[in-house]
Design a protein around this ligand. Structure first.
Ligand SMILES: [Zn+2]
Ligand SMILES: [Zn+2]
Length: 311
């Protein structure tokens, strides 16, 4: 475990004219994630899981691209939310319309039709499908529990990535639908300015006006928003932030820990690896999570595509 505390170069990088919020790119959001998962699988000890999740993200991409209009907030509702400093999609965290259930159904259909999916995963998919038909309210309850980061005890954790995959397509589609009416500022600290979801991880960008700036990616809608570097993404503390890496591991990956709240999230540096993608790289760098656990830090939220039992 190697620790470094880079400070000093940060303040100069914070320009006021640079966008604080980036909506997800419809053409790339799921496509790039799937490609990155496959790339990372080539050198990973959890390669089969990364391949499985790449298939799930392929399914997300297919469903996302074939979506007809989703019922999102009206212009008046968006304006009213922004006026009160609230994420315009925040009400959908608790009260989603049935579009998302249809999305889940479609994703499960796609995944079950892939020949290379292992039998045990096919049986997970088929169990979710059956429950979706017999008891959609239960699936909604499970989705609520995942959004709240407190997985329902009745639900197998193997179900979580599939349910999250549908929620991601649903929220990503609505975030993109905000278009010019999307929030332009980061808003309430620690939650997505579009949907109120939690960040997965951070990426320090390269190129253009955002170069050197750190953006966190929403675990639900994939919106990226700016948080000043060397700041705990959970509690905003700036005094007790440390960086951790796996010895002789990928230089592009660090865990940013906070001595004040005891949590950490990962941060990826594009200047060291141009293809880094928040969800995929966070999932693939599970070794760093194990080390952080040994160091006594907590992962503040699960990766949308991997949910592990809590202690
Ligand atoms: Zn979001
Ligand atoms: Zn903190």
């Amino acid at each position: 475990m190697q620790r470094v505390l880079p400070r000093g170069e940060i303040e100069g990088l914070e320009h006021t004219r640079v966008p604080s919020v980036y909506l997800p790119e419809p053409r790339y959001v799921f496509k790039e994630r799937a490609a990155r998962l496959r790339q990372l699988a080539a050198e990973s000890s959890i390669d089969s899981y990364l391949h499985l999740m790449a298939c799930v993200v392929d399914a997300q991409d297919k469903v996302f691209n074939s979506l007809t209009a989703i019922t999102g907030p009206t212009y008046e509702q968006v304006t009213a939310s922004l006026k009160h400093g609230l994420p315009p999609l925040g009400t959908y965290l608790k009260s989603r319309n049935p579009d998302w259930i249809n999305i889940l159904h479609e994703i499960l259909q796609h995944v079950s039709s892939i020949d290379s999916i292992p039998a045990d995963s096919k049986s997970v998919v088929s169990n979710i499908k059956n429950t979706l038909e017999s008891n959609p309210d239960l699936i909604n309850k499970f989705a609520d529990s995942l959004i709240n980061q407190e997985p329902d005890e009745q639900m197998s954790l193997a179900w979580a990535p599939f349910i999250m995959a549908a929620l991601q397509v649903y929220f990503t589609s609505m975030a993109i639908g905000l278009g010019e009416n999307a929030p332009s500022e980061s808003g309430t600290f620690g939650v997505c300015p579009c949907c109120g979801g939690l960040p997965v991880a951070s990426v320090v960008k390269i190129g253009g006006s955002s170069a050197g700036r750190r953006y966190v990616t929403c675990s639900l809608c994939s919106t990226e928003w700016h948080i000043v570097r060397v700041t705990c993404t959970h509690c905003e503390n700036t005094e007790k932030v440390l960086y951790h890496a796996v010895e002789q591991g990928n230089e592009a990956i660090r865990a940013e820990s906070c001595g004040s709240c005891g949590n950490y999230r990962k941060i990826f540096y594009k200047e060291k690896d141009h293809n880094a993608e928040a969800v995929a790289d966070d999932l693939a760098s599970i070794e760093l999570d194990m080390l952080m656990g040994q160091e006594g830090f907590y992962r503040i939220n699960d990766n949308p595509l991997l949910w592990l039992p809590r202690d």
